[in-house]
Design a protein around this ligand. Structure first.
Ligand code: SAM
Length: 356
């Protein structure tokens, strides 16, 4: 059968096939004779296959569409994973495109954490706050020498440095080439037990189960049965709420922060136990304040090295994060009593991303 692209004029005027071109999502429609109609602007991310002329006119109701799918008159092809990993690479790649030296002008000098520290008092340094964060993670997971953990989103290797020095093997995933190089040299120079992969977590296939997982940042992972995840990160009060400015300049693309309610619901549904949830919003704000002050102190260096716009952008970002009223930051410790994590994981992908 010859597949060729044809125009939207060949579509009927009513029913499902007529509606798809009105959506703001690029896709393609396969007509019963095999020809393809592209709809929306940009590279198609889904295809709807119609196997009969009647199927093209399927009424826009859940019952009719469900029935047409059951009888095989329509089919859907949607590579969600490809879409999610592409978007991750875009958002992360752009945000971290300024070289290590830039971020190191304002984050802590001891573990170089690009996430909130844990403050025992308001006036302690972010170096000490990062140390407390590591201590808390290490004891919460009950880490001992010889264990293997997965660190998803390794940044500048704080987990490798802290856990590696205590005999715990750390496999790190990161999406940024600079970060992978940085962590590899930490491992080599410090002779630390660890490895680093420039790989999206969604594509990671563990060689053997990890004892536990650390995520100081964005997504979820797969320890073996009985394993725990230590997850800290920003959640939004409402989903799909990143501002236009954030999506244009800070974290590019169509993403959303987690909401705590979604994550907890999905975890419970998929058989996880939630061991502890702690609010770290104040720690986050203190961290942002300290980063913002250090950024200001390095103003001349930053403008000379990365330009005034980068300085202004991060100034706005850090001070705004410091004030943000709809950002809540939580630590979650989750255990997996029955090892059903891969299934839960597939579901959680869906709460992380959306198309605008
Ligand atoms: C906010 S930084 C946090 C870094 C580090 N965990 C810390 O707390 O300092 C996010 C890191 O996660 C990585 N990352 C983001 N999404 C990822 C994904 N889907 N798979 C693997 N790494 C990811 C980025 O490349 C970056 O290294």
């Amino acid at each position: 059968m010859t597949i060729e692209t044809t125009s939207q004029r060949s579509l009927p005027r009513t029913g499902l096939a007529a509606l798809l071109p009105q959506l703001d999502i690029p896709g393609s429609i396969q007509l019963p004779d095999g020809t393809i109609v592209k709809v929306g602007a940009g590279e198609p991310i889904y295809r709807v296959i119609f196997r009969s002329a009647r199927a093209l006119r399927t009424p826009m109701t859940e019952l009719s569409i469900g029935r047409a799918y059951l009888t095989g008159e329509i089919d859907f092809v949607y590579d969600y994973l490809r879409d999610a990993t592409k978007m991750n690479a875009k958002a992360i790649g752009e945000h971290y495109s300024r070289s290590d030296d830039f971020y190191l002008t304002f984050i802590d000098k001891r573990y170089r954490m690009y996430s909130q520290g844990l403050f025992k008092s308001q006036d302690e340094s972010i170096e000490d706050a990062s140390e407390h964060k590591m201590e808390t993670m290490f004891s919460s997971l009950g880490l001992t020498p010889g264990m293997r953990i997965l660190d998803i989103g390794g940044g500048w290797g704080g987990v490798t440095q802290y856990c590696g020095a205590r005999g715990v093997h750390v496999t790190t995933l990161t999406l940024t080439a600079d970060s992978a190089r940085f962590i590899q040299s930490l491992i080599t120079e410090g002779n630390l037990p660890g490895e680093v992969f420039l790989q999206d977590f969604f594509n990671h296939k563990p060689q053997k189960p990890y004892d536990h997982i650390v995520i100081f940042g964005p997504c979820l992972g797969t320890p073996g049965p009985g394993g725990k995840m230590y997850l800290d990160g920003s959640a939004a009060v409402t989903k799909y709420s990143p501002s236009a400015f954030t999506r244009e300049y800070i974290w590019g693309g169509t993403h959303t922060f987690f909401t705590l309610q979604d994550v907890i619901r999905e975890l419970l549904y998929h058989g996880f136990e939630i061991v502890d949830v702690a609010r770290e919003t104040t720690d986050y704000q203190l961290t942002m304040l300290e980063w913002a002050k250090r950024l200001d102190a390095a103003k001349e260096t930053i403008i000379a090295g990365w330009g005034e716009e980068t300085y202004r952008l991060f100034r706005l970002f850090l001070w705004a994060e410091r004030m943000h009223s709809s950002r809540i930051v939580y630590r979650r410790i989750i255990s997996s009593p029955n090892g059903r994590l891969l299934k839960g994981l597939a579901h959680l992908r869906c709460v992380e991303c959306y198309k605008s």
